[in-house]
Design a protein around this ligand. Structure first.
Ligand SMILES: Cc1cc2nc3c(=O)[nH]c(=O)nc-3n(C[C@H](O)[C@H](O)[C@H](O)COP(=O)(O)OP(=O)(O)OC[C@H]3O[C@@H](n4cnc5c(N)ncnc54)[C@H](O)[C@@H]3O)c2cc1C
Length: 694
């Protein structure tokens, strides 16, 4: 079947030539590590280059959304390990708005609902787990898959399964057969170079991606939205206080001395990150204190910085912390950008994660979108490397993931604006600070001496923060009382920053790519609102397969329940066809087996029996022989109010659903199985395997 297409020659070469590593990943952040785990499970040899000599301990991301947890759930219990290791949910379910961490509370929002635990829409719940801890868990998992973290020179054998630390990708060159990568590394005080040949290079090297720059891909969107400083510190005393008095994940703090957001990464360990806005060049690290001189020396500078951070933490916490230990201080810039393309060099250089998109962190979509990028990409790479699909399937990665990145950029911007609603209601217009800052930098202000520029900025900030004084912000002051009432309304109406976005988290859908639409016109998603909306299960092509609890009929006495998502293998590239035990659907299944076989692809059939069925196995066996890759399952409706499988999917039991290896729906027929099964299945597999994208 495939021979008629431009297809597998390159992938066969990749597999056949031992000097070419099938997939090289640049960047061992959470996205690169997740991709290595997914590929290794799918049997694809890969290795990772990481420029740092060690893994970052800066906590950074911490909210893992439902869909990412579903991806981790398929990595041999990784989601369960995250859930076991994260702090108890009661310590992080709230956002607290206050005048200082120990001062008056302006409002508090609980972001967890009973449905977040009842496993009705997903077999797993969201998690709060710092990025460096996730990296550690991913590394442990990779080691269990045979990976080695190598600190010195390595990769001589190109056998894959290595993470090469201290190796920076510095150049990329492509030939007819391979992508040639040069990595620079330090040996005995000298920079050395190593050349590595690979079939496909995936750049997961973060927001400042070298891979992106080397292949000349630009980003589009809004740049430099806000400069921030993150101060990572430990204080058991603060953790203990908050656990007892006011546990929460984010503390939005507004007072006359300082404004900032405290992220409680782990109250039990007393681990925090303080985020503060920062206005360069008038404010810069070495300019935080007028006492600092350029000649002051790094140590002195660090001490001044530490002192300054400690003073700021004191102002925001509202009391001295005897055990405070500042670990590090990092500046970072918020952007809202997506690459103009995800693929380069004939689809042999591919971007994922922050290398492809960088969002404001509001809503926690950055890392989550990256993890879902590589979940989309992994099975496609495996299909190419294993000779099942042509390289053109890789273009469906861009077709599917780019609209999601664009949507999540807009959503993160809306969330960022929602986060500004409370300060704006308190009389702090954050846009004023940014506007004054821009005016100083871009217009006549920039010719003023830097001290004057700094005084103007400080003056504007002080006037802004004065709005938060007890004199103004109290219920006896008409202005203060109306502002406080407005803040209350924002909370009551759910217009402050949300933690969960179920409609976008589980409900995102691919409209074009390796999917066969129901009709010619696919409905575009509504523009993001920044407000929380429920996830509505859908079996529309491109959607994630809805979750429902099921039980295998082959184990009639077992109480063990699994999710419909568990029917999709994480260990091989395999499609899943879900049918009801109906004669015409069995015939469709026979056709699917035959066509998949012709495509050199694998398909498993799931026969979904209605709730209460006890024994029906003989019927499927008779209808599906000689094929044996099928499973009979019975739906489990845990309460009478819950819908049956086909109702949940808004289909009839005469319908059928073909699911891709990433659990997204490739094709479905709602109620009547088509007449010519074989030709319909050929069309479907051809699209789902990217033959149509050539
Ligand atoms: C304050 C803050 C809070 C956040 N909170 C959340 C949240 O709650 N949820 C969420 O989903 N996201 C969040 N994010 C975003 C999240 O941190 C990023 O999206 C995530 O780190 C992206 O992962 P990545 O693997 O793509 O890139 P990175 O984590 O940046 O990893 C890239 C890796 O590539 C390496 N590298 C770079 N260049 C090279 C090279 N030339 N050669 C070899 N290696 C190279 C780097 O050393 C690094 O290890 C937050 C971000 C910030 C700043």
């Amino acid at each position: 079947m495939q021979s008629q297409w431009r297809t597998l020659s390159s992938s066969r070469t990749i597999n056949g030539d031992d000097s070419i590593l099938p997939v090289l990943i640049v960047g061992a952040g959470p996205v690169g590590l997740t991709l290595s785990a997914l590929l290794t499970k799918l049997g694809v040899k890969c290795a990772v280059l990481e420029k740092s000599g060690s893994f970052s301990k800066h906590p950074q991301a911490h909210f893992i959304n439902n869909r990412s947890m579903e991806v981790f759930r398929k990595l041999d219990g990784l989601a369960e390990e995250i859930q076991r290791s994260q702090p108890p949910v009661d310590f992080w379910r709230r956002f607290i708005y206050c005048t200082s961490v120990t001062g008056s509370i302006l409002g508090s929002v609980d972001h967890m609902q009973p449905q977040d635990y009842d496993r009705v829409v997903s077999p797993v719940s969201v998690a709060h787990f710092s990025q460096y801890k996730l990296t550690r868990v991913l590394l442990k998992h990779l080691e269990s898959l045979g990976f080695h973290v190598q600190c010195g020179e390595g990769l001589e054998s190109l056998s894959g399964s290595k993470i090469l630390m201290g190796h920076e990708c510095i150049s990329i060159d492509t030939t007819a057969n391979s992508v040639n990568v040069t990595a620079s590394f330090l040996k005995e005080g000298k920079y050395m170079k190593k050349d590595i040949k690979c079939g496909i290079l995936v750049g997961t090297d973060g927001a400042g991606s070298t891979v992106r720059r080397l292949v000349g891909i630009n980003m589009r969107g809004e740049r430099n939205l806000q400069n921030l400083v993150s101060v990572h510190f430990l204080s058991q005393e603060l953790g203990q206080y908050l656990m007892n008095e006011r546990p929460g994940m984010l503390f939005f703090i507004f007072n006359t001395d300082a404004i900032g957001v405290l992220v409680a990464h782990d109250l039990m360990q007393g681990e925090f990150v303080l985020q503060m806005p920062f206005y360069p060049p008038q404010q810069k690290f070495e300019d935080f204190s007028s006492e600092v001189s350029v000649l002051a020396g790094v140590l002195f500078l660090c001490e001044i910085l530490l002192e300054m951070c400690e003073r700021l933490i004191y102002k925001l916490v509202g009391r001295n912390l005897a055990d405070m230990d500042v670990i590090d201080i990092k500046p970072w810039v918020m952007h809202a950008e997506v690459v103009e393309k995800y693929l380069s060099c004939d689809s042999r250089v591919i971007l994922a994660g922050d290398a492809a998109h960088r969002f404001p962190p509001a809503g926690g979509f950055g890392m989550n979108t990256g993890i879902q990028d590589v979940h989309n990409l992994a099975w496609k790479l495996a299909s190419v490397v294993n000779g099942i699909a042509p390289t053109s399937i890789l273009s469906t990665y861009e077709m599917e993931r780019m609209p999601i990145a664009n949507f999540n950029t807009a959503l993160s911007l809306e969330n960022f604006r929602a986060a500004m609603a409370v300060p704006a209601a308190l009389g702090l217009d954050p846009t004023i600070a940014n506007t004054v800052h821009q005016v100083i930098n871009n217009t006549v202000g920039s010719i003023l001496p830097s001290k004057v520029q700094r005084s103007i900025l400080d003056g504007v900030f002080a006037i802004g923060r004065a709005q938060l004084s007890d004199f103004i912000l109290n219920k006896n002051n008409p202005l203060g009382s109306s502002r406080l009432a407005q803040v209350r309304r924002i909370f009551e109406e759910g217009k402050s920053l949300q933690l969960q976005f179920p409609a976008e988290d589980l409900g995102f859908r691919y409209l074009r790519g390796a999917v066969v639409p129901d009709s010619d016109r696919m409905e575009e998603p509504n523009a993001p609102t920044g407000r929380q909306q429920d996830y509505v299960p859908s079996a529309d092509p491109g959607s994630r397969l809805p979750h429902m609890s099921i039980r295998a009929l082959s184990k009639p006495h077992s109480e063990e329940m699994v999710s419909t998502l568990d029917l999709v293998s994480g260990d091989k590239v395999e499609f899943l066809l879900i049918i009801a035990p109906v004669e015409s659907s069995y015939r469709l299944a026979q056709a699917a087996f035959e066509v998949a076989h012709d495509f050199n692809a694998s398909v498993k059939v799931c026969v979904m029996w209605p709730d209460g069925t006890v024994d029906a196995v003989a019927r499927s066996k008779a209808a599906l022989t000689p094929w044996d890759n099928y499973i009979d399952v019975v739906e489990v409706r845990q309460s009478a109010t819950l819908k049956s499988w086909w109702d949940l999917c808004r289909m009839t039991h005469r319908g059928a659903i073909l699911v891709r290896p990433d659990e997204h729906i490739a094709w479905r027929v709602k109620s009547r199985v088509v007449d010519d099964f074989a030709s319909e299945m050929k069309k479907v597999f051809s699209t789902a395997l990217g033959f149509d994208s050539i």
